[in-house]
Design a protein around this ligand. Structure first.
Ligand SMILES: [Zn+2]
Length: 239
């Protein structure tokens, strides 16, 4: 398996790492700061710098079939590194930070709209969630106002781990019905936005809500009798 360094520290722009193996379909490092596609968040892009200074462009990051090994997908003609080679793994930081801000904003959106979440995705500086909101009237300016009020609180975002049994005893923690938190490993990662939101999540987040900047609600779309898709976009770079 690959040690997921992004889970301890989402702000690791680059790390030194040892190559485990390298194939055209993916380079495996012993540990990485690259986030693999999952939980509605896309895989990181960036580059791996070899010991001779040459660079391999990484187009995407995904889990291998075992869901524990992370594959850094190289661009076509890259010369692949040798096993045990020491390399530098550097993510496209601007891209990732935009996703961290959008992802954290979506957590806040679930606090503004306290309905079951049936799906969602994080884009680059934007994102969407689908809610089973029933007959509730969803008002774009009002949702945006509440969302920006939560951002302005500059609340700290933290993570901690609980056991599968603790999660099973608190089913209300799971807001997202379509993305079941990864359980079975004995523990589950909880993401807490102080006094605003607490839910299981494996993604990457900013450290404080103030880093999100400003968000707007760009679209509310009817997806079914009781289902509404709410899209948000970041309108302002971080302070
Ligand atoms: Zn999250």
């Amino acid at each position: 398996m690959t040690e997921p360094l992004f889970r301890q520290d989402a702000y690791l722009k680059q790390v030194e790492a040892i190559v485990v193996r390298a194939e055209p379909r993916g380079i495996v490092l012993a540990a990485t700061n690259f986030y693999p596609q999952g939980g509605g968040q896309p895989g990181d892009r960036g580059e791996i710098v070899l010991s001779d200074g040459s660079r391999i462009v990484i187009l995407d990051t995904v889990y291998d079939a075992d869901k524990r090994t992370i594959l850094h997908v190289p661009a076509g003609e890259a010369r692949l590194p040798a096993p045990d080679e020491r390399v530098t793994a550097r993510i496209d930081w601007d891209l990732r930070l935009g996703r961290m801000r959008a992802h954290t904003a979506l957590h806040l959106l679930t606090a503004v709209l306290p309905y079951p979440v049936t799906g969602g995705s994080v884009g680059d500086g934007e994102g969407r969630l689908d809610f089973d909101s029933g007959d509730a009237a969803l008002d774009k300016p009002e949702i945006a106002r509440q969302l920006n009020a939560l951002i302005a609180r500059d609340a700290p975002v933290s993570t901690r781990w609980i056991t599968d049994d603790e999660l099973a005893a608190n089913p209300g923690l799971v807001k997202t019905m379509s993305v079941k938190p990864p359980t079975g490993g004995g523990r589950v990662r909880l993401v807490e936005i102080q006094e605003i939101d607490l839910q299981p999540c494996g993604g990457t987040h900013v450290a404080r809500t103030g880093e999100i900047g400003r968000a707007e609600v760009t679209q509310i779309e009817k997806k079914g009798k009781i289902n509404r898709r709410v899209r948000i976009a970041l309108t302002h770079s971080e302070p």
